[in-house]
Design a protein around this ligand. Sequence first.
Ligand SMILES: [Zn+2]
Length: 425
Amino acid sequence: MSEALETGIKQHIDGAFETTIAELCELVRIPSVSWPAFDPAHVQASAEKVADLMRSTGVFDFVDIRRAPVDGQENEADPELGHPAVIARRAPKNGAPTVLLYAHHDVQPPGKDEEWDTPPFEPTQRGDRLFARGAADDKAGVMAHVSAIRALKATAGDDFDLGLAVFIEGEEEWASQSFGNFLRENRDELAADAIIVADSGNWDIDTPALTVALRGAVAFNVKIDTMAHATHSGMFGGAIPDAMLAAVKLLGTLWDEDGAVAVEGLTSADLTTPEYDEARLREESGLLDGVSPIGRGEILSRMWAQPAITVTGIDAPDIANASNTLIPSVTVRISARVAPGQDPQEFYDALTGHLTKHAPFGAKLSFEDPGLGHSFSVDTTGPAVAHIRAAMELALVARRSIWGLVDRFRSSPTSSRSSRRLRSS
Ligand SMILES: [Zn+2]
């Protein structure tokens, strides 16, 4: 990038900062919760607001609000539609590439009012951070794209060569129900050479980061049966195995002495991870004094590059209802993380195979409700990653040099994602 362009972009971003934050606040005031129990009119309103913001840049050939049928209903006469998304495109010129900008304008439900210090949909600055549902995830992502486009236009003029495509989803927080159909129906208009997803975390508030890999997810229930019916523990206890005994012994085979996963056929990824010491792990996770971390290798490699298996629930009699009974059946919820590069079906087969093979006393196992999510791993050798790294360095230098000159907001994470994001800082 030329020096003039760099300076121009920095100046524009600084000059427009207050306006950008004011627009972010307007967007945040729309309670665009995409969950079914909430009024979808708010999601429509936020789509319209985002479309207006995109139109205000004046660089697109078109800006539209579109919906697609919920995935799996393509052939129905009157399919249920997903929430509205904003799509925009500007054709490239002179052989320039096209960059697709992604973010989402819907939010998670606010939860209980009494757990908020300030109203969830009234953006409030505390210190140098902005608090409200969606202030970070992901309306900040929307505004980052909008202000980047404006800065580019203000500096390079509106005749720049770069092609742009925009996809601002309206149902990311509700499992992206029409995502597959939306991509299929809008394939040509979303085609791009690189995609920038503004919906992941930074290393810390002073260090931007690029998410280059994510673990996949495998979750299912395993039902463990040992008896046709419950029996008295005073009579049969010690002679026949209850389902809880079988469950405890079975689950114990999933990890070794260090707490590392001990299932054959689960792979790890070869990722270089930034430094992250045990003290930071303890602080960020709330690990109790005297309780040791689990696993082996670099700490971040355990969380980003290696598989993990967690028991997240057990259906068995609760203590209030515990009688002197041998329990005939127990159901365990297993939630596992798949290392980048491994197919989740292969992982699921290896894990259920392990459980079947290790079922103690011939206990009967059945597997229910499997959910499989793919891992993600990006090739970082291409030009897009080199450009984004250079841009981040530039932003860091700019930020340090103007520290104190601008009334600075930094939005706060208001919801945590289910999967730990893998970043290269
Ligand atoms: Zn998000």
